[in-house]
Design a protein around this ligand. Structure first.
Ligand SMILES: Nc1ncnc2c1ncn2[C@@H]1O[C@H](COP(=O)(O)OP(=O)(O)OP(=O)(O)O)[C@@H](O)[C@H]1O
Ligand SMILES: [Mg+2]
Length: 498
């Protein structure tokens, strides 16, 4: 059996940044090969070279299906069967689902009507093959991120692919959707298609991979059989560090109450929600997709309004008419969907930092100069360890995880009283996650109250004073990590679902 892909001596330099240094990489047919490594270690760059988006520095040998190339164009890569699902999906929001999936093969087709029917047929077939269903005429911009992800996968499979690259395909998916996706991956490998999979969720990596190539700072650490790897070993290879999580064992319920929510409801979203967060407390909310977590967060941030019940901040009832009201009352919200809500991709890092919301937030009560704002933001960027070249570069040149850090830094700079973190570590590597949670605990230690929303149970379990399990729009039960095992919480969430 010849490898689908065999690359040797691949390097890539961007200005002064050496993103990849002498990488050898090989993938066999039908194999699931994971690329693992911290944010900015070069995973996406390697994928961009393989798919012809970037040329490698001179001296590389690229062998695809036994054929050697010095450089590759995207068209060549596609022709030999390379399919890619990008980290940001790269879909056309104004086009329909069917068009996004299948239009590429029909651009030259003359008749619009014939084209429309054929596009739908092709799209339908791919959906069936993957066991997913969509309203094919719906515009992509109207769909949630989890569905866009599946559409991006369908699109890659329309042509006759031999190898599919998935760059963090599960980053925005919940665990049940992830299970579905992993089944899709198994379907592909059963057809002898190779899959190269990038994920920061290491349990998932070990579950799905045959082999794992680990990169660190642009260099290859090694390639390992997944069956011989453990979570701890993999983490160590990626970071050079050993991480031992411990629960937060501190009862802060006697502190002053910062947020109190009394029996709030919003039809079809959440129902009869009551809870409070004391000063310096981290309260976690976890549950499956559709549990109403984000809907609840949006109401606390003034993006929607509860139809019943009351919200109190420092004992005073608040009725936010918009998110600006919430911001001026000291509420900050790092959204789960940084790609569409948090950051503007074509804009520079510095412009993203001074986005309108932040501008207005910082301007409340005081007139801050741009320079002053920059100083505050630069401080947070440094605290969070954002790896960037120049702040005038477009935000899209930052690695996914570093973009997330910018999104968090932006809000920390508003000096909030209540910080809502909605899936704050989506796409963030294990080392940087620790960094973010260290900051979360540090901020809580300084008196900030934090609502931490995540579907990664371990994340809320290890970083919250209390955890609320939400399902079907209601809070089911409160757990205190210091007094219960993580499996109790996991069983409550997945026990009946699987
Ligand atoms: N177009 C570009 N211009 C300048 N620097 C770039 C560009 N693309 C990537 N880089 C830099 O190359 C390095 C590797 O980035 P890459 O996106 O490959 O990381 P990654 O491993 O995919 O990270 P993540 O897990 O955060 O997605 C980073 O330091 C990044 O800032
Ligand atoms: Mg990446």
């Amino acid at each position: 059996m010849i490898p689908v892909i065999q690359f040797s001596n691949v390097s890539k330099t961007f200005g002064g940044v050496r993103a990849l240094i002498n990488i050898d990489f090989e993938v066999m047919p039908g194999e699931v090969h994971c690329l693992a490594g911290e944010n900015g270690c070069g995973k996406s760059t390697l994928i961009k070279i393989i798919s012809g988006v970037y040329d490698p520095d001179p001296g590389a040998t690229l062998t695809l299906m036994g054929q050697e190339y010095e450089t590759l164009s995207p068209a060549q890569a596609r022709r030999v069967g390379v399919g890619v699902i990008w980290q940001d999906h790269a879909l056309f929001p104004e086009m329909s689902v069917a068009e996004n999936i299948a239009i590429e093969g029909f651009v030259s087709s003359k008749s619009k009507l014939v084209r429309h029917k054929k596009i739908k047929d092709v799209a339908q077939k791919v959906c069936e093959r993957l066991g997913v269903s969509f309203e094919l005429d719906a515009l992509v911009k109207t769909l949630p991120i989890a569905q866009r992800q599946l559409i991006a996968i369908c699109r890659a499979l329309v042509s006759d692919v031999r190898i599919v690259f998935m760059d963090e395909p599960t980053a925005s998916l919940t665990q049940s959707e992830t299970k579905h996706l992993l089944d899709v991956v198994r379907t592909l490998t059963a057809e002898n298609v190779a899959v190269v999979f990038v994920s920061h969720r290491l349990t998932e990596v070990l579950e799905i991979a045959n082999r794992v190539t680990v990169l660190r700072d642009g260099q290859k650490v090694g390639v390992y059989d997944a069956s011989e790897m453990t979570l701890a070993k993999l983490t160590e290879k990626m970071t050079g560090l050993t991480i031992n999580p411990a629960v937060v064992d501190q009862d802060l319920s006697k502190n002053e109450t910062v947020l109190e929510v009394k029996q709030i409801s919003r039809a079809g979203e959440y129902e009869d929600i009551s809870f409070s967060i004391a000063q310096g407390e981290v309260v976690g909310i976890t549950g499956l997709l559709g549990a109403g977590r984000t809907e609840l967060a949006l109401s606390l941030f003034g993006m929607t309004r509860p139809e019943q019940g009351q919200i109190y901040l420092h004992g005073k009832e608040v009725e936010f008419k918009s998110n600006l009201d919430a911001i001026s009352s000291g509420v900050a919200y790092v959204s789960e969907d940084r790609l569409s809500l948090g950051l503007i991709q074509d804009q520079s890092i510095e412009n993203n930092l001074a986005l309108t919301v932040l501008d207005k937030a910082l301007a409340f009560g005081s007139l801050l100069s741009f320079k002053k704002k920059r100083t505050i933001v630069d401080h947070w960027i440094e605290e969070l360890g954002v790896k960037s070249g120049n702040t005038s570069d477009a935000i899209s040149t930052l690695s996914g995880g570093n973009q997330q850090k910018v999104a968090i830094a932006k809000w920390l700079a508003t000096n909030p009283k209540l910080l809502i973190l909605d899936a704050p570590t989506v796409g963030v590597d294990v080392g940087a996650r620790e960094g973010i949670f260290e900051i979360v605990r540090d901020l809580a230690g300084k008196g900030l109250s934090i609502l931490l929303i995540s579907d990664e149970v371990s994340e809320v379990y290890f970083n919250s004073n209390r955890v609320l399990h939400m399902s079907s729009g209601c809070i089911q039960k409160e757990y205190v990590p210091a007094r219960c095992d993580i499996s109790e919480l996991e069983d409550a969430i997945y026990g009946k679902a699987i």
